[in-house]
Write a protein that binds this ligand. Structure first.
Ligand code: NOJ
Ligand code: CA
Length: 704
């Protein structure tokens, strides 16, 4: 169904004496009205079935002082309308095909005094609105510096928001649920509870933001195709309930260096009265360019284990020696250095993991702490810490490569950049080549700590360009990238599907750093995952972290059954079984679900959803007729009721249900689960009790 037709006409009509343009979504449910104020300020307004979703909101950009800002004094000089309808094939995703269907309105505005032109392009889909600024090539606007983007999202009421504090360097926060007017009062608590670095205002929040109105409309605000621009946060004017865009500054406080012709990222508003439709929306992907990689045959979803959780919990160490700079330790040659006795990335231990992966059908093993530099890095801001090619003496790259190959297991590389983007770029070609030479096709990279050069932020324009550079260079080497602490994704994985993962939110690691809120994973799919998959690293079976490291009293705030449900709820083409093999060996019956659950899907159905409270999703395996269902539940125990009407009519299946036991509770009894089997068809209704912080997982296998 590839239809593409364009119609161009100019239609200017008058509402209340102002010039206004109207755009409707293909099904007519959404309506966007663009208007110029009397002083030539552009505005837009969004309606869903005649109900206002976004009140009249201003558009524009403030430029650095040598330029007249692009805020007002505009006249509409041209208008182009398009309709677009295509269905594209995913390389990987929640389904094999995605429909991209919208009506478009591109308005050329001319600033009277400067004669500069800006195009505002709106795309209205059946699930929401995207718009962006475009700066065509022109005499009077060539190079310019953005002081601030002045896009507004005016709320229609004091909605409920699930928010994390605005921060230029991290998204690794728990969410706070509050009314918009309560954000200011709760802000400090939200910051001190978490590992934040810098906030710009007491009402600044991050996208992707999920809101719920008192009438039960769900609104998601985010951005798509964040390329060569800085990341957008939202600053709430809490008197008027208007969110204003706030771009991440660079070391000089500037927000972006642009050169016409260029475009901004898309600003996105997804809205529905059904929360499940927010999860089903593919607008963010659709607003990104089609895949730019010609041959994608090397891009493959991966289920993996790792030498990782033991370091995160503090049971083992990344460094080979004490965590003291090597100069201080007098080390010039690591083979002569004194090992600390806790180094996990050693050949024997890695081989044991390869054996475990091979035995249980995992594709790959990630190993962190394999390379020199960790001892130098801890607590230090150093431009040059890692070279990404020099292993510690107890990690035999060649031997591990050969062993993994003989077992049919892939190795996943780890590059902790220590936040030094310049150092990473300096080494990138050599580092990627080293991977190829040693059988690695995927890298987990990370950006812990302050960005170097100092003063730059994780989300400023030049650092966003760095992440993009690493993704695009990886294409040359046929390497898949999973970047942690990088900017939160904005659908770029459609264009570069070798970006198979990102962290960019509070992942499972925080369960070992004091714990996360029990409803965290009922929010991530409504927020962080709107832009792309997350390497959340589920699968923790031992919730009492002191059992791994007596000095760590963290508790994993979910039940074991919830951990299983996450393999379906938290879509990712890259799924880790994060716990230690010894913990899986204790619960092999539950582990079976992690072994069975696929990482490639052909279809997804959103069965139940309420942000902050519960999510139930069913997905169909891409390579069989089997289905898998996952549920994640929030703080209150609840009965989930689902109908298996997605199963094929007339076929018989056997369901294996991994559920919370009657007495399960995330705090007091997280490992209480029960496994049952039953025959099911597309008529079957299931009622499953989920514990507080609980959930369930079901595998549904066709009986032939
Ligand atoms: C933070 C990442 O999120 C984590 O997965 C990684 O192990 C550490 N950084 C070390 O690089
Ligand atoms: Ca992290």
């Amino acid at each position: 169904m590839n239809k593409y037709f364009v119609s161009v006409f100019v239609m200017v009509f008058s509402i209340f004496g102002m010039n206004a343009q109207e755009l409707k979504s293909p099904n007519g449910n959404f309506k966007m009205i663009f208007a110029l104020e009397n002083d030539g300020t552009p505005t837009y307004q969004l309606f869903m079935k005649d109900r206002e979703v976004i009140k009249k909101s201003k558009l524009g950009l403030e430029l650095q002082k040598d330029k007249k800002s692009l805020l007002n004094d505009f006249t509409l000089v041209n208008e182009v309308r398009n309709t677009f309808d295509e269905t594209w094939k995913t390389v990987w995703g929640e389904e094999t095909e995605i429909r991209n269907h919208y009506n478009e309105l591109a308005l050329t505005l001319k600033q009277n005094e400067t004669e500069r032109q800006v195009i505002i392009r709106f795309r209205l889909f059946n699930d929401g609105l995207g718009f962006r600024y475009e700066f065509p090539e022109q005499k009077n606007l060539t190079y310019f510096v953005v002081k601030e983007e002045r896009t507004e999202f005016a709320m229609t009421g004091d909605h409920t928001a699930f928010w994390i504090p605005g921060d230029y360097d991290t998204q690794e926060y728990d969410f706070t649920e509050s009314k918009l007017t309560e954000i200011r009062g709760l802000f400090k608590k939200a910051v001190t509870d978490n590992a934040s670095q810098k906030q710009f205002s007491d009402t600044g929040v991050q996208t992707s933001l999920i809101l719920k109105t008192s009438e039960g409309i769900y609104i998601n605000i985010h951005e798509a195709a964040l390329i060569n621009y800085s990341c957008m946060h939202l600053n709430l004017d809490d008197k008027n309930l208007v969110f204003q865009s706030h771009l991440t500054p660079d070391a000089k406080g500037n927000k972006g260096y642009l050169q016409a012709p260029s475009v901004s990222p898309w600003r996105t508003i997804i809205a529905s009265s059904d929360a499940r439709a927010i999860l089903a929306s593919r607008m963010t992907l659709n607003l990104n360019e089609p895949c730019k990689i010609e041959d994608t045959s090397w891009i493959k979803p991966v289920k993996y284990i790792g030498v990782w959780w033991e370091m995160i919990t503090g049971k083992s160490s990344w460094a080979y020696t004490d965590e003291i700079p090597s100069v201080q330790l007098g080390i010039t040659d690591f083979t002569k250095a004194k090992p600390n006795g806790k180094h996990a990335a050693n050949t024997k231990h890695v081989k044991d993991h390869i054996d475990f992966a091979a035995e249980h059908g995992f594709d790959a093993v990630l190993v962190e702490g394999w390379n020199e530099g960790w001892e130098d890095w801890f607590g230090h801001e150093k431009d040059y810490v890692f070279d990404f090619v020099t292993p510690y003496p107890d990690f035999d790259v060649k031997e591990i490569h050969e062993y993994a190959k003989s077992k049919g297991v892939k190795m996943i590389m780890h590059h902790e950049t220590s936040g030094s983007t310049r150092n990473y770029e300096r080494h990138l070609d050599k580092a990627y080549q080293f991977m190829k030479d040693n059988g690695y096709d995927a890298v987990k990279s990370g950006y812990v700590g302050n960005i170097l050069p100092l003063g730059e932020h994780h989300y400023s324009q030049s650092i966003i360009n760095h992440y993009q550079y690493c993704i695009e260079k990886a294409v040359d080497y046929q390497i898949m990238v999973n970047a942690h602490e990088a900017v939160r994704p904005t659908g770029i994985c459609r264009t570069y599907p070798n970006l198979i993962g990102n962290e960019s939110a509070r992942g499972t690691e925080f369960q070992a750093f004091g714990g996360s809120k029990a409803n965290h994973t009922t929010l991530l799919p409504f927020t962080r995952l709107i832009g792309g998959p997350m390497d959340y690293t589920p699968g923790i079976f031992e919730m009492d972290i002191a059992k791994l490291n007596p000095n760590n009293n963290s508790h994993v705030n979910t039940t074991l059954a919830n951990q299983l449900g996450l393999y379906v709820v938290m879509y990712s083409p890259l799924q880790m079984a994060a716990d230690l093999p010894e913990n899986y060996n204790r619960f092999l019956d539950a582990f079976q679900f992690i072994k069975d659950v696929p990482v490639e899907w052909s279809a997804s159905k959103y069965l139940e959803a309420e942000p902050g409270y519960y999510i139930t999703i069913a997905r169909k395996d891409k390579n069989s007729s089997n289905w898998f269902v996952g549920n994640s539940n929030g703080y209150s125990s609840r009965t989930s009721t689902i109908t298996l009407d997605f199963l094929e009519k007339g076929k018989k299946y056997e369901a294996t249900i991994y559920a919370d036991a009657a007495d399960a509770d995330y705090k007091t009894n997280p490992q209480a689960y029960k496994i049952s089997k039953q025959k099911v068809t597309n008529k079957t209704k299931l009622q499953l009790r989920t514990a507080a912080g609980g959930g369930y997982a079901i595998s549904i296998v066709e009986v032939k």
